[in-house]
Each structure stands twice: as structure tokens, then as C-alpha cells.
Design a protein around this ligand. Structure first.
Ligand code: NAP
Length: 488
């Protein structure tokens, strides 16, 4: 292993095994896979590589724990979440370092994710005790109508590598609050943070079998039997749209409750009346948060032609001045991309845009040396035929397109299969209302470059998926409504 000092200590503190029924255990045949530090390409840990039988054992544990767990007092479930929130907060520095080592993002960003991810536990600890029903007199007066909410049952949660903690806690938090048990499969690129979280939840008092964690590289083979198992009641997935489509098909067999948080292609609109400095501040967040590796990342900057040059120059100055390096080093603002394949894709998208006439204002060159670094890059003069107009970049590249009217801006913004989030900068309230009502997305940021908030419903429309995570809506994804007709 390539680590020393505190880095090696935080990795050594993680159980690199499967967490099933409250016990840590090896995968069948003691199979393991390597986890890499993307800033060096070196292995930092070997983690259990689950088989189909291991995956089914995790589901067995979740099914066995379901009925007792559903009967626990809401307050007790809330207190476990609250305790876990406190433990995560106490250990934020170690968890952030662990996350940076496996995922690459700068420590400051990992700390921000730890705080954001933990907040879902605090939020849902408060929601656990607010699961309510209704009572009504039927219109004919002869019966009474009662509704109650009950846990959906055992859930399968599949999460991506880009937010190794928060994409888990915003599913695990509401499931625990609602009284569901679960099997969690984190991304093979970043399993360590989720394994550390399993330990924290056990320490916070979560009963055995409520949460089970399965790490594997045989992902499709191990997940499909679980999805097709009639004992599973819900699938919640965060990841790419092509994988989401496949999983929706598999879920049809068991008529599962399904939540899909899929890809994005966020437009970032800058109107001619925008405060340009505010817009550039917002752009830095919307583009550079998480090195651009976010479903919410601004993918297309659509800027009014009268302010496009000034906006692009200001953005290029700010992005070009960022410090790129290993995420655990002081002062680093931009870490490596998660793997070589991701960097190749970003380089290919930039080459395609340049090939179709775009100009590089800053960045645009793959650096020499180890790790999967790519510099912050701003492109201008990009045409709608460039691949970056349609495809998720998932890297620190800002392509600037121009528009000449509000109608054209909205047409361009909505001209995508995706519909997760959009950002718009304008000083006119009337224009802001017209724009947010006209955007085909699940979320809109007006004069702000980040919308994620545990107290708000996060989710998309169109090919960005369905279902909401966070907010008052988040817990409903894990509850079934039962209606009781009561004759008098
Ligand atoms: P991905 O390739 O779709 O993988 C996501 C998860 O699905 C991983 O755990 C992956 O396992 C698993 N997976 C892959 N193939 C599978 C299969 N056949 N059956 C079951 N599970 C399978 O996506 P990613 O590259 O990790 O993440 C980036 C994508 O996530 C982007 O499109 C991004 O926009 C989206 N995202 C969306 C949101 C949102 O809330 N809307 C948030 C964050 C990210 P492996 O580890 O084996 O790959």
C-alpha cells in the first residue's frame, strides 16, 4: 500500500469487508478488489468482492430484520439517526481524509460533503416522529376514512462514487426514519466511506440487519437477483441514465417502488441584466464544486450575446487561477478526476468542441505525470452541434454558448433529454418567474449556483429520473399509504 502517517491510519480504521446482519465478514472465497487513490493511481486498500450468494445473504438479513424494525418507536429510530449525525460530525476530519483518498476531491470539498451528508441524518431524525395519517368523514356520512403510512419494506440502494457519503445518507436517513431495512451497494471506486458509515450506524445503536453493505465488482450479476427477488420491495438508485433504464426494466418484474436520481445536463443561464460578478461566483460553484463531477454541475453556460465575452473572460480568470493537485495537500482547490476513463472522456469532449470551432480560453491540455488530473477549462464559441451540448461532461470544463432572446435561451435550456437542475441569473423578478416556470427541470437555482439542501426535495424530471430525496417529500419514498374504511 502506498500511504503513510494519518492517511494510512484512516484507511486502516475501515473494515474492508461485507457488513451483513450486523457482522463484518469476508466475501465468498475471500475475494477482494483494489481501491485506488486517483491522484497517484496506486492501491490504497483491498475490499471484499461479493458474490451472488453474498448479495443474497445481505438481503436475507434485511428481510429477517424488517418486521421488528418496522415496529420500533419512531422516536427510537430518530435518536439513532441523531446519534449517527453527531458521530459523523465528531469524526468529520478523518472521514473527509478517507473520502479524499478514495475519490480525489480536495479536503475542503470532502468536509463540505461530510457536513451536507450528515445533515440528512439530522433532518430525518426530526422527520421520523412526523409520519402522519388522515381521518375523514365519508361524503355520505356512513363511513369513516382513515389513512396511515407504513414502511415500504426491504430496500436496495445503489449509489455512485461522486458523493460517497451524501448519496448514501439521503437514502439511508429516510429509510431508517420510515422503518425500512436495506442493502446498500456503494460504487466500487469509492467503497471505504460507506463502510466507515456502517460502523458509525452500528455504534449509534442501529439493530443488526437493518443496514447491510455489499461491495462488489460483479455489480450487474450480484444486483439483478436481488432486484428480481420477491422479498425486495423498493429499489433506489443514483447513477447514470443508461444504468437507471436497465434497473427500471429489472424492477418491473417485482413491481418495485422505484426512485431514480439519474444524469443531468444543467443549463446555466446568464441574462443581459444579470449582475455579472454574482453570476461568475455562482458559475464557480455550479461548475467547480466536486471538480465538476456532479449531476448538478453546470454543463452548458448559455449567456446573452451582449455579455458573453465579459462573462467568459471573468470565468476563465477565476478558473485558470485555481490550484490543481492532490486533494489532501494544503491549498489545493481542484483534485484529480476519479479514474483514467473519466479523464479520457473529458479530453475527448474538449477535442470535439475545439474540432467544431470552439476556442480554449484557459486549460484544455492533459498534464503529464501520475494521477488523473485535468485543468479547469473554459471554451467559447461553442456550437449546439458540439457533444458538450448533449452529454454530461463530469469534469472541470465550462463551455459557453450564446443566445439573443429569452425565448432562444429557454429553447436551448430545454433542448436536452435531461431535466435535473437549471440555474438562471437575472436582476428582474418578472423574468426570473417566467424562466423558472418555463424550465423543464426538477430544480432551479435563481441567482445561486448550488441548490442541494437536505431540507428541500432533490430530484429530476425527463431522463434525470423520478422520486425526491430530502425535504418533507424524502420520507414518503419509503412509506406506503394504507386506507382503512370504517363502517359505523
Ligand atoms: P453508474 O455507472 O451508473 O454507477 C452508479 C452505481 O450503479 C454504481 O454503484 C455502479 O456500480 C452501479 N451499477 C453499474 N452498473 C450496474 C448494473 N448493471 N446493475 C446494478 N448496478 C449497477 O454512475 P457513476 O458513473 O457511478 O455516477 C455518475 C452518474 O451518476 C452521473 O450520470 C451523474 O449525473 C449521476 N448522479 C446523479 C445524481 C442525482 O441525484 N440525480 C447524483 C449523483 C450522481 P459500480 O461500482 O460497479 O460501477
Amino acid at each position: 500500500m502506498s500511504l503513510e502517517g494519518r492517511e494510512s491510519e484512516v484507511v486502516a480504521g475501515v473494515h474492508p469487508q461485507l457488513f451483513v446482519g450486523g457482522k463484518w465478514r469476508d466475501a465468498e472465497g475471500q475475494k477482494t478488489f483494489a481501491v485506488e487513490d486517483p491522484s497517484t493511481g496506486k492501491t490504497i486498500a483491498e475490499v471484499a468482492d461479493a458474490s451472488v450468494a453474498d448479495g443474497l445473504a445481505a438481503l436475507d438479513a434485511a428481510v429477517a430484520a424488517q418486521s421488528d424494525w418496522a415496529r420500533t418507536a419512531p422516536r427510537d429510530r430518530g435518536e439513532i439517526l441523531r446519534k449517527a449525525f453527531e458521530l459523523i460530525t465528531e469524526r468529520a476530519d478523518d472521514l473527509a481524509l478517507l473520502m479524499t483518498l478514495e475519490m480525489g476531491k480536495p479536503l475542503s470539498e470532502s468536509k463540505a460533503e461530510i457536513a451536507y451528508g450528515a445533515e440528512f441524518f439530522r433532518w430525518f431524525s426530526e422527520e421520523a416522529v412526523r409520519i402522519n395519517g388522515r381521518y375523514a368523514v365519508a361524503p355520505n356520512g356512513a363511513t369513516r376514512l382513515l389513512t396511515l403510512k407504513q414502511p415500504v419494506g426491504p430496500c436496495l440502494m445503489i449509489t455512485p462514487w461522486n458523493f460517497p457519503l451524501a448519496m448514501g445518507t439521503r437514502k439511508i436517513g429516510p429509510a431508517i426514519a420510515a422503518g425500512c431495512t436495506m442493502v446498500v451497494k456503494p460504487a466500487a471506486l469509492t467503497p471505504l466511506t460507506m463502510l466507515a458509515l456502517a460502523d458509525i450506524l452500528a455504534e449509534a445503536g442501529l439493530p443488526d440487519g437493518v443496514l447491510n453493505v455489499v461491495t462488489t465488482t460483479a455489480t450487474g450479476d450480484v444486483m439483478e437477483p436481488l432486484i428480481r427477488d420477491p422479498r425486495l420491495r423498493k429499489l433506489t438508485f443514483t447513477g447514470s441514465t443508461p444504468v437507471g433504464r436497465k434497473l427500471i426494466e429489472q424492477s418491473a418484474e417485482g413491481i418495485l417502488r422505484v426512485s431514480m436520481e439519474l444524469g443531468g445536463n444543467a443549463p446555466f443561464l446568464v441574462f443581459e441584466d444579470a449582475d455579472l460578478d454574482k453570476a461568475v461566483d455562482g458559475a464557480m460553484l455550479a461548475k467547480m464544486r466536486n471538480i465538476g463531477e456532479a449531476c448538478t454541475a453546470a454543463n452548458r453556460f448559455l449567456v446573452h450575446e451582449s455579455v458573453a465575452d465579459t462573462f467568459a473572460q471573468k470565468l476563465a480568470e477565476r478558473m485558470g487561477a485555481m490550484t490543481v493537485g492532490r486533494g489532501s495537500e494544503d491549498g489545493v482547490q481542484v483534485g484529480p478526476l476519479v479514474e483514467g476513463k473519466a479523464r479520457d472522456k473529458v479530453a475527448e469532449l474538449v477535442a470535439d468542441a475545439v474540432g467544431s470551432g470552439a476556442t480554449v480560453l484557459t486549460g484544455g491540455e492533459v498534464p503529464d505525470g501520475p494521477g488523473y488530473f485535468y485543468p479547469p477549462t473554459v471554451l467559447t464559441g461553442v456550437g449546439e452541434d458540439a457533444q458538450v451540448f448533449r452529454e454530461e461532461i463530469f469534469g472541470p470544463v465550462a463551455p459557453v454558448f450564446t443566445f439573443s432572446s429569452d425565448e432562444e435561451a429557454l429553447r436551448m435550456a430545454n433542448d436536452t433529454e435531461y431535466g435535473l437542475v437549471a440555474y438562471a441569473f437575472t436582476e428582474s423578478l418578472e423574468r426570473a418567474v417566467r424562466v423558472y416556470e418555463g424550465l423543464e427541470t426538477g430544480m432551479v437555482g435563481i441567482n445561486q449556483g448550488v441548490v442541494s439542501n437536505p431540507a428541500a426535495p432533490f430530484g429530476g424530471v425527463k431522463a434525470s429520473g423520478f422520486g425526491r430525496e430530502g425535504g418533507a417529500e424524502g420520507i414518503d419514498e419509503y412509506l406506503e399509504v394504507k386506507y382503512v374504511g370504517l363502517a359505523l
